[in-house]
Design a protein around this ligand. Sequence first.
Ligand code: ISL
Length: 554
Amino acid sequence: MTTLSSPAVAAPRETGSDRWWRTAVVYQVYPRSFADGDGDGTGDLAGVRSRLPYLASLGVDALWFTPWYASPLADGGYDVADYRAIDPAFGTLAEAEALIAEAREHGIRTIVDVVPNHVSDQHAWFREAVAAGPGSLQRQRFWFREGRGAHGELPPTDWPSTFGGPAWTRVTEPDGRPGEWYLHLFAPEQPDLNWSHPQVRREHEDVLRFWFDRGVAGVRIDSATMPVKDPALPELDEGSTHPFVDRDEVHQIYCSWRAVADSYPEKRVLIGEVWLDDPARFARYLRPDEMHSAFNFDFMRRPWDAEQLRESIAETLASHRPVLAAPTWVLSNHDVTRPVTRYGREDSSFLHARTFGVPTDLGLGRRRARAAALLSAALPGSLYIYQGDELGLPEVDDLPAEARQDPVFLRTGGADPGRDGCRVPLPWSESGASHGFSVDPEATAWLPQPPEWAGLSVRRQENTPTSMLTLYRVALELRRTTPALIGEDFAWLETQKGVLGFRRGEDFACLINFSAEPQPLPRAEVLLSSGELSGGLLPADTAVWLRLQEKEGH
Ligand code: ISL
């Protein structure tokens, strides 16, 4: 029998409109793969606008759009050429404005992506820098350096790029000779900006205002630990601090962005992509004058294991409390293996060490992903849902090499499959060449969809009581209407080994069975379960939401 193990942590209720983000459900839209409204096989803003009723009925509070700006799409849009224009593949600025307004009419806020670490090599600043030559003012907005070696033929440092290969590329100077090198911690098409340059700072604050003025409710900050570099450019193993990850000066950027965000009557929100192992360093980004929240990747990285997840949840709550920040719960995004696939593997923490041909039990993965959905939706804080997870889409790991577009695949010579497998366009119906992704039934999607995705389409799932989509809809509805889930109150329940349990408010409980054996349930009303309960028992890999009828353990 389940009993209470600790008193509830008292937390303020923050449901006022300025605090919406503390409990929000944020749905991540990868515009290229969400819905194609103009029939060219690539997703676009017209497609998103046509599907706003779907998003409203799913019950999300906000949409986070990965970059939709003008871009050569060398890294799916994370190579921004112009923040003040929408990429023609996706639509126009007027359409973005209309989308922001229409979403708001559905009660849905909009969050856009800002990528401070770098821009596209097609950005006006970088083109000017290459054209202006060595020693020019234009080059000071980036990291141009002489190479090492007798003829400058070696890169200035041995830093590797996150995407494989060196982090430096040599330019051909205007006079045709090989010249300086520029830094790119990601692909060569993504030159790093120099954040000690005042124009770089001013420009980004203007970009924030540009989008905030258009009604955007907040920004997701890409690679947020990386923009500031040690100007001495030491090697990675030299010195006591990392030359570019989590340098103390980076916080100044977000303090000034916070001032911009706070200058609006309806305060705007900063959400950081902060990959850091140390919870205390992570929490520094969430101090009251910095970001409002940051993605909880620790939770996402943990394997399917009661103790591992208990530890992650406890550490998350503990690290957020001193800075008064609301936690986030993230199961996936456009960079990582889809949960249905991840949880169907023996090593379910597998994320970046992507390899081909890992044995996967998708049935097991789906059961666990359903349970994980109820676990994450029941925790205090905000919830992130990556498009397609509500349909239970698996990773597509057999995409043909010629279809793959991720620079991670291309720059590792195909050794790393890259991230295309979680970016395959959504199936909306059973019919047509793209399962309803495109308005043109003849058009094929920009990445091929597996034929069996007809069975995972929105149309197939929306009236099926046992579908993943129905589970998500019901869970989000309950989350919205259950007072205990709106507050921030949380307490662990004492449970059998292999079972994770916690209470929210006085009478709501969530239990998840990670063990191989069915486990007894306390006497309670079942609100929702991720799988069928038989004989009053909680089966393996299943989660349940309960309304407790009597208080125990007090
Ligand atoms: O997915 C990764 C590498 O395979 C991560 O290291 C990822 O690059 C890192 O999390 C930063 O991600 C963000 O910035 C990248 C972009 O490619 C990702 O899509 C974005 O989420 C560069 O802008």
